[in-house]
Design a protein around this ligand. Structure first.
Ligand SMILES: [Cu+2]
Length: 258
């Protein structure tokens, strides 16, 4: 009885916050392009939001780490990020010059985000691959994040309708039957018929492998959601579970689009 009352209150809280917790949170890391045919400057925007609904945007404190893996070399770019608020909430941006051919894997480790409506901390490790000089090389390199999606499909230069496949990894090992949430960045032109359409949900198979065919052009986020082995302290000092997200962003491009 007490339990039901508490969860009902939480549901009401979710509603009053603009249904923030009712739908999926996604840590975005979105580059200005998935392929830079002539190399050059890429800008990446890091926002913690609800992509299909276009918000509400959550405050994203300064990330613990922002980095790039290219040609086997890790580069720490944390010092180069700048704050770039979105809808009045803190968010971050990075500019980087891609001077050599090959895939650059950009990634962000955010600070834990306290979600009171869900009673948990959220840490979404997010990555995106930018192919310099359209090389087609190096896109499957693993950053070595605690949770990470290993792409089986080259994550750059994809057509709309392509099947994207990946393996959900935790500590470098496949996670059988991991749950994966899928959303796209909606510019407002798509109105989901009801809440069931906002987040697509799938499960990995016994080998941790999942696939999804992207039905529309634009940026698609795949979020494998896993629970951390150890709890952490909420702002009130209580031990609470930690949701670890392994995210990868890929762009689907419509045929005929430049
Ligand atoms: Cu939210």
């Amino acid at each position: 009885m007490v339990r039901i009352a508490a969860s009902f209150r939480l549901a009401l809280l979710g509603l009053s916050l603009g249904s923030c917790a009712a739908s999926a949170h996604f840590q975005e890391i979105i580059p200005s392009a998935d392929v830079l045919p002539e190399g050059g400057i890429v800008t990446l925007d890091m926002v913690f939001t609800h992509p299909v609904e276009g918000g509400p945007v959550m405050d994203m404190r300064k990330p613990v780490r922002v980095g790039m893996l290219a040609d086997g070399t890790q580069t720490d770019l944390t010092a180069q990020i700048t704050e770039k608020p979105v809808a009045g909430h803190s968010a971050w941006s990075l500019r980087h010059d891609l001077t050599t051919p090959g895939a650059a894997v950009f990634y962000v480790e955010p600070q834990p985000y306290w979600e009171p409506a869900e009673g948990k901390l959220i840490v979404h490790y997010a990555k995106v691959i930018v192919d310099g000089f359209a090389s087609g090389e190096g896109w499957d390199a693993l950053v070595g994040l605690p949770v990470e999606i290993q792409p089986l499909t080259r994550p750059t230069g994809l057509w709309t309708g392509n099947l994207f496949s990946g393996i959900v990894l935790k500590n470098g090992k496949p996670v059988p039957f991991a749950e994966v949430e899928v959303e796209f960045i909606n510019d407002g032109s798509v109105t989901p018929p009801n809440d069931a359409f906002v987040t697509q949900v799938l499960k990995a198979d016994a080998n941790g492998t999942f696939s999804y065919a992207m039905p529309r052009g634009g940026w698609w986020g795949f979020a494998a959601l896993l629970e951390a082995d150890a709890p952490q302290k909420s702002p009130e000092g209580k031990d609470v579970p930690v949701e670890l997200g392994a995210l990868i962003w890929v762009k689907a491009t419509d045929m005929g689009e430049k």
